[in-house]
Design a protein around this ligand. Structure first.
Ligand code: ADP
Ligand code: MG
Length: 625
């Protein structure tokens, strides 16, 4: 596949005026906006002293909406009207949200239907009414936008917004929707680890022939990506992660420890006390990278949390991130010794144990010279600068998809069209055909996942290609094209080549795949690889058998007179045996019987051809073809 250039030098503005574009890190916990000024990337202030906006939104009865620190202050006193960690709900169904262990205690309902009316979008019940996660995200984006407009007295012309590498199609679409509601012209969504590597690529990393690992542990997500940087080209080789693990979960571990030590039931705490407990835990956690123990006070209880106890509490969770790190390295078909640099991203990488475990695992000290809180926004701003043509750099950027995309073929088999870890944007086509004579429509079922059978993968969309002209089975030539745009959003086209009949679908957001589900699907595809492969072969054999039986029956019907009784009996017996072998999934038996049936079918066909050449049965011969 050819490399995709972000911009050509000729795209530069002739007037010399640079376009005002920004990079936005729309984080679970904190959000930032940055831009490039005189060639230097910098974050844009949110208030007099701060450039980090807590991703918190507060709604009150009078219709007033607060965002950031102002909203954060209501977290303890008014949790139902104060939404934090909204990113964990973005593009998800109510069930997905309820099944994840978030530190938030919102009142959720699901009264708003999505565009296809099949799935319900969850809403927060607030004093200002029902609010969707997309709307909450839009409020955050809008605040960032107005800070930038205010600072530079200019409207934003474009923005690059970052998303976790593991965000699926629906979550990416929800992010795009939020940008649209906030009135932000979106240049592109890029993966957070990729943005971080772009930021370092500009400063510290030798841009030639480097393999870089990006370890990003934020408030709500964990991502690890392996990137190759070659001659200024950034290519993501593989990603792994868990969108349901981050600093919030570490807060919960510490909060549970406090509750247990103080003999308090977390379940019985009211909303305010619960929030207070989480906040106390978070503060304690954040001090433990500078001190060896910390005094904690919660209501009437006080106690000491030592670094040693804290390390024990989080050890299993941090080990899990290292396992995912190892998996990404394997997926990238590389080894630890090939990793030239490790980049740390996200506030939680300040935890000493995280740094130590990464250093031990990678046998090198990770890069942390850029602030782990700001590096993603900085990289996004640099990327926006390149896309806008402000920057005469040769830097290129390629992204990948986390799960394969494909369609269902006969027998419930997943035919992958775009493989997992393929670079995006991408366009791939494959040809398919009809299964039955005179089949005038085909249903295209689009799936995402890496198992061999569609029942184990996730259904994304279904559409029908109609008005296929009457033809013998296997004659129609249907070209199915999958097109993934630069943001990872999929559209599928099916076209029948002889009639040019065409059908198209853009995969619309339904409910999102939970992040665990994405990971589980990848893990399952590895665990079940052998079993799935075997099952796929059986399914293929069953489909081929049924096709063969159809053709043989047709052959017999059209040549009744010239087939001997003995052959007829033999064929019928083979067909019955083959059918029962298919019913019992006996692979070897199916293969053997199919071969026998093919042999006898061929010998009959040969006889017919001979007769046809002699002219006696020419019409039959033509009909058969
Ligand atoms: P996100 O990308 O999810 O918005 P950030 O990168 O802003 O997250 O990281 C926020 C997380 O970092 C929070 O869970 C916060 O508690 C954690 N964090 C910040 N500083 C520290 C610290 N010194 N020690 C441990 N965790 C920290
Ligand atoms: Mg982040």
């Amino acid at each position: 596949m050819g490399l995709l250039k972000i911009s050509e030098p000729s795209n530069k503005q002739d007037s010399g005026r640079k376009r005002f574009v920004v990079g936005i890190d729309l984080g679970t916990t904190n959000s930032l906006i940055a831009t490039v000024i005189n060639g230097k990337p910098e974050t844009i202030p949110i208030s007099a002293k701060k450039d980090i906006l807590p991703s918190v939104v507060h709604y009150n009865k009078d219709g007033k909406v607060m965002v950031g620190l102002e909203a954060y202050e209501h977290l303890i006193s008014n949790p139902a009207n104060t939404i934090n960690s909204v990113k964990r709900c973005l593009g998800k169904s109510l069930d997905d949200i309820n099944s994840t262990n978030t530190a938030s205690r919102y009142q959720l309902s699901s009264s708003v239907n999505s565009s296809n009316n099949q799935h319900q979008i969850p809403c927060f019940k607030t004093d200002a009414g029902l609010i969707t996660p997309v709307e909450v995200s839009a409020v955050i984006l809008n605040k960032l936008k107005s800070c930038a407009n205010h600072q530079y007295k200019e409207d934003i012309e474009g923005a690059v917004i970052t998303v976790p590498a593991y965000f699926d199609d629906t979550q990416r679409k929800a992010t795009k929707d939020a940008a649209a509601i906030a009135g932000i012209p979106l240049l592109r969504l890029i993966n957070e680890p990729t943005a971080a590597a772009v930021a370092y690529g500009y400063n510290e990393i030798d841009n030639n022939n480097q393999t870089v690992a990006v370890y990003d542990l934020g408030g709500g997500t964990f991502d690890v990506s392996i990137l190759k940087i070659e001659d200024g080209i950034f290519e993501v080789l593989a990603t792994a992660g868990n969108n349901n693990f981050g600093g919030d979960d570490i807060d919960l571990l510490v909060a549970s420890w406090i509750a247990k030590t103080a003999n308090i039931s977390m379940q019985n705490l009211n909303d305010q006390d619960y929030r207070l407990l989480i906040d106390t835990a978070k503060q304690a956690k954040e001090s433990l990278n500078k001190v060896n123990s910390i005094d904690i006070k919660f209501k009437h209880w006080s106690g000491l949390l030592t670094l040693e106890t804290f390390d024990q509490l989080i050890a299993v969770a941090i080990d899990e991130t290292i396992k995912l790190f190892a998996k990404a390295i394997t997926d990238a078909k590389t080894t630890i010794t090939d990793i030239d640099n490790v980049i740390l991203v996200g506030g939680s990488t300040r935890i000493n144990q995280v740094k130590t475990k990464i250093t031990n695992f990678c046998k090198q000290k990770p890069l942390d010279s850029l602030d782990p809180d700001r590096v993603v926004a900085i990289g996004a701003a640099m990327h926006a600068d390149i896309l806008a043509g402000n920057n005469n750099t040769d830097m290129l950027l390629l992204d990948i998809i986390p799960l394969s995309l494909g369609i269902e073929t006969m027998g419930g088999i997943m035919e992958k069209i775009i493989e997992r870890n393929s670079k995006i944007p991408a366009t791939t086509s494959q040809y398919f055909t009809t299964y039955q004579d005179d089949q005038n429509a085909i249903i295209i079922n689009v799936y995402q996942g890496d198992r061999e059978l569609v029942k184990d993968n996730r259904s994304l969309a279904t559409f029908t290609l109609r008005d296929i002209p009457a033809m013998a089975a296997g004659r129609a030539k249907i070209k199915v094209t999958f097109q993934l745009d630069a943001d990872g959003v999929l559209s599928v086209t099916a076209i029948e080549e002889s009639t040019k009949k065409q059908s198209y679908i853009e995969v619309k957001p339904s409910y999102g795949l939970t992040d665990e589900a994405v990971l589980n699907m990848i893990n399952a595809s590895i665990d079940y690889a052998e079993q799935d492969h075997n099952q796929r072969i059986i399914q293929q054999q069953i489909v081929e058998s049924s096709y063969l039986i159809n053709s043989i029956n047709k052959l017999i019907n059209t040549n009744k007179d010239s087939i001997s009784k003995e052959d007829n009996k033999k064929i019928n017996k083979l067909i019955t045996d083959l059918q029962s072998a298919c019913d019992s999934n006996s692979k070897d038996e199916i293969i053997r019987l199919k071969k026998d049936l093919e042999t006898i079918g061929e010998s009959i066909a040969k006889k017919q051809i001979k007769l046809a050449i002699e002219g006696s049965k020419l019409s039959d011969f033509e009909e058969q073809q």
